[in-house]
Design a protein around this ligand. Structure first.
Ligand code: AMP
Length: 285
């Protein structure tokens, strides 16, 4: 494993993995690595000759200054964690500073993704996906990977990156990876590090609600299910619901009844535990 903060130094070392017979995988992260991140890195190692893991807390995708300020930064531990899963294949860790990623200042490009960017996270986190698309596009240009790995934990992000890659005709295959969960069902997230022990325990409720929705989907209407979810959180002392939406996986548009599209439905949720914002989702079919 080798660590670089400069693309100039990293780039020449990537060339041997970009021949017609070899492939380079790429896993973008914001650090504070957990098993969810590692599942992406392991898959990338399985499917490629070498893997670049970036660790960069991207300022332009934060719509909330405090969230950016409080985002966990644990580089030393992250490097140790990656070392533990290293195989004989080379892992290149790329830890750029903001100047290298944003040479012209901390500005996002403006994107349009056929409306994907206006749903759910797009509504509640203004400018978030412009920031995400800007940084991923920049990484793709700098690293030129053959395949890039994204978690279904951020399902809307995954669909947006797919769309961006298609619109810009980028030669990168986007690979999706399932959500890694704690034994309690809580989706792993770097932000979980900011939860108290009690909040962590309570946050497992999010997955139990989603699992119940999955079980009832098809027998109850979307309205009934949405009302039921809202009631669950109204009664909750620790968790506050921001949104719950059952949507079509491809368009991310809300489904209005359970018969509209039974094969392509997913439930999405955003919840606050104190000032920590947690998101999760579940396939309903
Ligand atoms: P982040 O560091 O939060 O930007 O996440 C980096 C990548 O890891 C993104 O593609 C996320 O979707 C993915 N990821 C984060 N948490 C999980 C999880 N619990 N399971 C699977 N993938 C995840």
């Amino acid at each position: 494993m080798q660590v670089f903060s400069s693309i100039k130094q990293l780039k020449p070392l990537l060339q041997p993995y970009k021949t017609t017979t070899t492939t380079l995988g790429f896993v973008p992260t914001m650090g504070a690595l957990h098993q969810g991140h590692l599942s992406l890195v392991k898959k990338a190692l399985d499917e490629n000759d070498s893997v670049v893991v970036s660790i960069f807390v991207n300022p332009t995708q934060f719509n909330n200054k405090n969230d950016l300020k409080n985002y966990p930064r644990t580089l030393e531990t992250d490097l140790k964690t990656l070392l533990r899963i290293a195989t004989e294949k080379e892992i290149f860790v790329y830890t750029p500073n903001a100047n290298e990623i944003y040479p012209n200042g901390l500005e996002s490009e403006k994107y349009s993704f056929d409306g994907l960017e206006n749903e759910m996270e797009g509504k509640y986190r203004s400018g978030h996906f412009d920031g995400v698309a800007t940084v991923v596009n920049r990484f793709f240009t700098l690293i030129e990977p053959d395949k890039a790995y994204f978690g279904e934990k951020d399902f809307q992000q995954l669909q947006i990156i797919r769309k961006m890659t298609a619109i810009k005709n980028l030669p990168v295959a986007i690979v999706s990876c399932p959500i890694s969960r704690e034994p309690s069902g809580l989706a792993m997230s770097s932000r979980n590090k900011r939860l108290s022990q009690k909040e962590q325990e309570e946050a497992a409720f999010i997955y139990s609600v989603l699992s119940h929705v999955k079980k009832e989907f098809g027998t109850k209407s979307v309205l009934e299910l949405s009302t039921w979810v809202a009631e669950q959180f109204q009664q909750h002392k620790v968790l506050e619901l921001e949104y719950f939406q059952i949507a079509d996986e491809a368009t991310l548009k809300p489904l209005l009844d359970t018969t509209t599209n039974k094969t392509n439905a997913r439930a999405f949720i955003a919840v606050y535990a104190g000032d920590v914002r947690l998101i999760d989702n579940i396939a309903l079919n």
